[in-house]
Design a protein around this ligand. Structure first.
Ligand code: ADP
Ligand code: MG
Length: 733
C-alpha cells in the first residue's frame, strides 16, 4: 500500500484491459476457452494473467491456482514476469515466476509462471494432463509459431479430459474467428486499443522531412554482407514473389503527386531489395542533432545486417561516440543476459539506440523507446517441400508485424515511427504472415509428436489449425528414419528418445550425443554452438579478401567446423589475457558470436547432464588435435544425409548432391579457397536455395567415415549403410 504501489495501481487502472476486467473474468468462468484480442499496449500480456491471479487468490479456493502463460520468446517471458512481479510489489519468484530453457526463477508460492511455449511442451512430456494446472494462457497467437500451433492441437485434445482447465488465447489484432471456430465457437473478447499517439511516417514523408536524396548508387553499398541478399530477387517461393510483385505493382501505380520533385525523384530511385543504411544513419543523426529525447529501436532483418549497420554507425562521429550514444543489439543468437541489456536505462546525456530483429517485435516494452525505425523486412525461413530445401531470405513483413513494430513506440509516452518504405508498399503487404508450420521443416515437430505419444504423425498434423503439406510431413518422417531416430514403423528408437530430450535440431543433438559417448565433447560443443549462432566469421564487403584469408589460417583440414573450433579456442586463450576483443578484430570474428558460443556451450552441457549423457559437472577440455578424425566422424554422424560428392576435374572440383545435382559453396567456406579436396565427400550443415543451391559450413570426410558414421550407428546397421552408400555411388558414377 506504498505510494509506489498506489501509483502502479492507478496506472494499471488506466489501461483499457482494466475496464474489461470483470467481463474477462466472467467469460473465463463461463467458458473453457476464451479468445482475447486487443491492440498493442492495451494490457493483455501484463494484465490478464494478473487479473486471473488476483481473482483466484481472492476466491474461495484461495491460492491453489496454477496459471501458466506462454510467450513465444525467452526475452518476453523474462521481462514480462519481472514487470508483473513489480506491479504486485513483489520480487520475482514469489507469486510470479518465469522459466525458460535452463533458466528460471520460481518459488514454492509461485502461482503464475511465464514460460516459453517450448517449456510447456516439455512439461506435457512428463505430465500429459497438466495435473494441477488451472489456467493456460497462450499469448501472441497471431504470430502462428510452430510451437504455438502444435500446442493448440495438444490442448484441444486435452480439454475434454480436463473440464476444469481454462484456456485463454491472446493476441493483438488477429483472425479471432479462425481460433474461435477451431475451438468450437469459443467466445471472443475484444479490448479497445490504447497507446500514446505514435506519429507515423512512411518513406515519402521521411524524404520530404529530411531532404535526403536517394540515388541509384547510394543504396547499392548498403546491402550488408549477406550474399544471399544480392540474388534474392529470384526468390523461389510462390507466395513471396506474389507479395514482391504486389509491391512492384503498387510502386508502379503510385504517383506521389503531392510531394516535391526531389522526393518524387528519390522515390523513383528507391530500391525495394535493399535496406538503406545511409538513410537510417541520416535519420538517426537527425534525431540526435535535434536533441529530441528518447531511445531508438531499429528493426533490421538479422544478425548480418545488424552487425554491418553497427560497424557503419560506429565509424560515425556522433553515432559512434560512446559518450553520446549507447549502441546495443538484440537478436536471437545472442545470450539472454546480453539481450537483456536493451532494457537498461542509458546514462544521463547518452542516447540508447537498439538494433534488433523481430524478436523485439512483440510482447516487450522497452521503457524509454520513443522512436521506431522499421525496415519492413524480416528473415523468414521458408521451406520448399518439393526439393526439400529450406530457404532463408529477407522478405516483406505483414501488416500485423508492421503494426507491432510501430506499437513498440508510444507505450509509455508519445512516440514516432519511421517506416523506411512508401505507404503504398505497406498497403501491398499481406495481412498476416504465413504460419510457421506451413513454411519450415517439420523434423523436430515430428519427434515431439512421437515423444508425446500422440499417434500417427500425419494423422495428428491433419488436425492442426492449418495442416502442413503432406509432402513436407513425409520428408520429415523420411529424414528421421534415415538418421535413425525413427524405426521403419515410425516408432522412436533409443537415439530418437535421447534426441527428444535435447531441444534443438536433431542433427545437433546427434553430434552432442556421440561426442559425449566418445568423450570428445569439448570440440563438439563448440561445433554445435557455432552452428546455432549466426556465422561468427565476418565478411565485410570491402575487406572480403582479407576476411577470407583470416578464416583460412584456422584451417588446414578442409573443414569450416574445425576452423571454427580453432578460432574459438584462440579467442578463449586471448580472453584469458583480456585480449579477446583485439583477437576478434584481427581475425574478422564477431565478439558477440564468440560470447554466444561460450554461453551456449554451457547450456548444451547442462542439457546433456539432464539427459543423463554426461556425469561430470564441468566440461573436460581435452586436446583434440590428435583425435581429429574422430571429431570429423562425429560431425559426419550429425550432418548425414547432408552430403555431397566431390568430383575433381583438371583444375578444380565440383560438388553434387543426389537431390540437386550440381551445388556451390558459400564463398567464405574454407573449402571454397581450395583447388583440390583430398576426400571424396563433403558433409554440410545447411543448403540454401537462392538461384542455385549453396552449401553452408562443410567438412570433408573419407569413405570409411561416411560408411561408419552416416545415419544411425545405434542400430549397427552397417549393411543398410552399405546399400545407401551404394545408392550414392551408383548415382555419381
Ligand atoms: P499488450 O500485451 O496488450 O500489448 P502489455 O500488457 O504488454 O500490453 O503492456 C501494457 C502497458 O503497460 C504498456 O503499454 C506500457 O505502458 C506498460 N508496461 C508494460 N510493461 C512495462 C514495463 N516493463 N515498464 C513500463 N511499462 C510497462
Ligand atoms: Mg502483449
Amino acid at each position: 500500500d506504498s505510494p509506489e504501489g498506489r501509483k502502479m495501481l492507478e496506472f494499471r487502472k488506466s489501461l483499457p484491459a482494466y475496464k474489461e476486467k470483470d467481463a474477462i473474468l466472467k467469460a473465463i468462468s463461463q467458458s473453457q476457452v476464451v479468445i482475447i484480442s486487443g491492440e498493442t499496449g492495451c494490457g493483455k500480456t501484463t494484465q490478464i494473467p494478473h487479473f486471473i491471479l488476483e481473482s483466484e487468490i481472492e476466491s474461495v479456493r484461495g491460492a491453489s491456482c496454477s496459471i501458466i502463460c506462454t510467450q513465444p520468446r525467452r526475452i518476453s517471458a523474462m521481462s514480462v514476469s519481472e514487470r508483473v512481479a513489480s506491479e504486485r510489489g513483489e520480487k520475482l519468484g514469489e507469486c510470479v515466476g518465469y522459466k525458460v530453457r535452463l533458466e528460471g526463477i520460481k518459488g514454492r508460492d509461485t502461482h503464475l509462471l511465464f514460460c516459453t511455449t517450448g517449456i510447456l511442451l516439455r512439461r506435457l512430456l512428463v505430465d500429459r494432463n497438466l495435473k494441477g494446472i488451472t489456467h493456460v494462457i497462450v499469448d501472441e497467437i497471431h504470430e502462428r509459431g510452430m510451437n504455438e500451433d502444435f500446442l493448440l492441437i495438444v490442448l484441444k485434445d486435452l480439454l475434454p479430459r480436463r473440464p476444469e482447465l481454462r484456456l485463454i488465447l491472446m493476441s493483438a489484432t488477429l483472425d479471432a474467428e479462425l481460433f474461435s471456430s477451431y475451438f468450437g465457437g469459443a467466445p471472443i473478447l475484444r479490448i479497445p486499443g490504447f497507446t500514446y499517439p505514435v506519429r507515423t511516417q512512411f518513406l515519402e514523408n521521411i524524404l520530404e522531412m529530411t531532404g535526403y536524396r536517394l540515388t541509384l548508387y547510394n543504396q547499392i553499398d548498403d546491402y550488408g554482407q549477406d550474399r544471399v541478399w544480392r540474388i534474392s530477387k529470384q526468390a523461389p517461393r510462390k507466395r513471396k514473389s506474389q507479395i514482391a510483385s504486389a509491391v512492384e505493382e503498387a510502386l508502379r501505380s503510385a504517383d506521389f503527386k503531392e510531394y516535391s520533385p526531389q522526393t518524387r525523384e528519390s522515390l523513383s530511385c528507391w530500391n525495394p531489395d535493399c535496406i538503406g543504411f545511409n538513410l537510417i544513419e541520416c535519420l538517426l543523426c537527425d534525431i540526435c542533432e535535434n536533441e529530441r529525447p528518447g531511445s531508438v529501436l531499429v528493426f533490421m532483418t538479422g544478425w548480418d545486417d545488424i552487425s554491418s549497420l553497427k560497424d557503419k554507425l560506429l565509424s560515425h562521429p556522433i553515432l559512434g561516440d560512446p559518450g553520446r550514444v549507447s549502441l546495443l543489439t538484440c537478436h536471437g543468437s545472442m545470450a539472454s543476459s546480453e539481450q537483456r541489456l536493451i532494457f537498461d536505462e542509458p546514462k544521463d546525456g547518452v542516447r540508447k539506440i537498439v538494433l534488433a530483429t523481430n524478436i523485439a517485435e512483440t510482447s516487450i516494452t522497452i521503457n524509454d523507446v520513443v522512436f521506431v525505425l522499421d525496415c519492413g523486412k524480416a528473415k523468414e525461413t521458408s521451406y520448399d517441400a518439393l526439393n526439400n530445401t529450406p530457404c532463408l531470405l529477407p522478405s516483406w513483413i505483414s501488416k500485423v508485424s508492421a503494426q507491432q513494430r510501430r506499437g513498440r513506440a508510444g507505450r509509455v509516452q508519445p512516440g514516432e515511427c519511421y517506416h523506411l518504405y512508401p505507404r503504398c508498399v505497406y498497403e501491398a503487404f499481406a495481412e498476416y504472415q504465413l504460419p510457421e508450420i506451413l513454411r519450415t521443416p517439420l523434423q523436430s515437430l515430428c519427434l515431439q509428436i512421437k515423444s508425446l505419444q500422440l499417434g500417427s504423425i500425419s494423422e495428428f498434423l491433419s488436425r492442426a489449425l492449418q495442416s502442413p503439406e503432406l509432402l513436407a510431413v513425409q520428408n520429415a518422417i523420411e529424414y528421421l528414419k534415415i538418421i535413425g531416430a525413427l524405426d521403419k514403423n515410425e516408432n522412436l528408437t533409443v537415439l530418437g528418445q535421447y534426441l527428444t530430450m535435447l531441444p534443438m535440431e536433431p542433427k545437433l543433438g546427434k553430434m552432442l550425443i556421440l561426442g559425449a559417448i566418445f568423450n570428445c565433447l569439448d570440440p563438439i560443443l563448440t561445433v554445435v554452438a557455432g552452428l546455432s549462432v549466426r556465422d561468427p566469421f565476418l565478411t565485410p564487403m570491402d575487406k572480403k579478401e582479407l576476411a577470407e584469408a583470416a578464416k583460412s589460417q584456422f584451417s588446414n583440414d578442409y573443414s569450416d567446423h574445425l576452423a571454427l573450433v580453432r578460432a574459438y579456442e584462440g579467442w578463449k586463450d586471448a580472453e584469458r589475457d583480456f585480449a579477446g576483443y583485439d583477437y576478434c578484430w584481427k581475425n574478422f570474428l564477431s565478439m558477440q558470436s564468440m560470447k554466444a558460443i561460450d554461453s551456449l556451450r554451457r547450456e548444451f552441457f547442462s542439457l546433456l547432464k539432464d539427459a543423463g549423457l554426461v556425469d561430470s559437472n564441468a566440461i573436460t577440455c581435452n586436446a583434440w588435435s590428435h583425435e581429429e578424425h574422430l571429431i570429423r566422424a562425429v560431425i559426419c554422424y550429425g550432418l548425414y544425409p547432408g552430403i555431397s560428392s566431390v568430383v575433381h576435374n583438371e583444375k578444380s572440383f565440383s560438388l553434387k548432391t543426389m537431390e540437386d545435382g550440381q551445388v556451390l559453396l558459400y564463398s567464405n567456406s574454407v573449402n571454397a579457397r581450395e583447388s583440390k579436396i583430398p576426400y571424396p565427400w563433403l558433409v554440410f550443415n545447411e543448403k540454401i536455395k537462392v538461384n542455385a543451391v549453396f552449401l553452408r559450413d562443410s567438412t570433408a570426410v573419407s569413405d570409411s567415415v561416411l560408411l561408419l558414421f552416416g545415419g544411425s550407428i545405434s542400430k549397427g546397421d552397417i549393411d543398410g549403410h552399405l546399400k545407401m552408400l551404394g545408392g550414392y555411388l551408383e548415382f555419381f558414377m
